[in-house]
Design a protein around this ligand. Structure first.
Ligand code: NI
Length: 165
């Protein structure tokens, strides 16, 4: 296993559409292991293969229980409801923005051996599924968020809300 370098906004790789995974081999297993290790080190909620420069449809999502789910060739089967909340990305360090996402999603994906499975996500997990799947089509959340904020700006906004009470 190895920690890989996370690409940041401005790198053209992040805007490319990823290819489906067709080989469920040791190379894929190594990529998934590296994504997990890199994600753990970065203390994030999800990581997609293009963020480490690999244009393949593979992502890791951390669910509500803190478990890391490996999704290969994932697709959203259905979605329900709506939520608006703060989102960040390891490829845009130091910034957050408000994005509207479905409240619940059902995703179909393959595991590292190629077996298909379905998984449901709600709240933050649903948000994370959508965010990571967008990476596979070359999209960053900043395209959906109106404005991006720094931690200081968010703190100031929180303070202003408190003061106006
Ligand atoms: Ni991201």
């Amino acid at each position: 296993m190895a920690i890989r370098t996370i690409l940041t906004k401005g790198d053209p790789v992040l805007n490319k559409k990823c290819h489906p995974v067709t080989k469920f081999d040791e190379k894929l297993a190594a990529l998934l292991d590296d994504l997990k290790e890199t994600l753990t080190k970065a203390n994030g909620a999800g990581l997609a293969a293009p963020q480490v420069g690999i244009l393949r449809r593979a992502v890791i999502v951390v669910n509500d229980n803190g478990d890391m789910i490996e999704l290969v060739n994932p697709e959203i089967l259905s979605q329900e409801g709506e939520q608006n909340g703060l989102e960040g990305c390891l490829s845009l360090p130091g910034y957050w923005g408000y994005v509207t996402r479905p409240e619940r999603v059902r995703v179909k994906a393959q595991d590292r051996t190629g077996s298909w499975f379905e998984v449901d996500g709600e709240g933050m997990t649903a948000r994370c599924f959508c965010h990571e799947l967008d990476h596979l089509d070359g999209h960053l959340y900043s395209e959906l968020a109106g404005q991006l904020y720094t931690a200081e700006e968010l703190e100031q906004m929180e303070q202003d809300r408190e003061d106006s009470k």
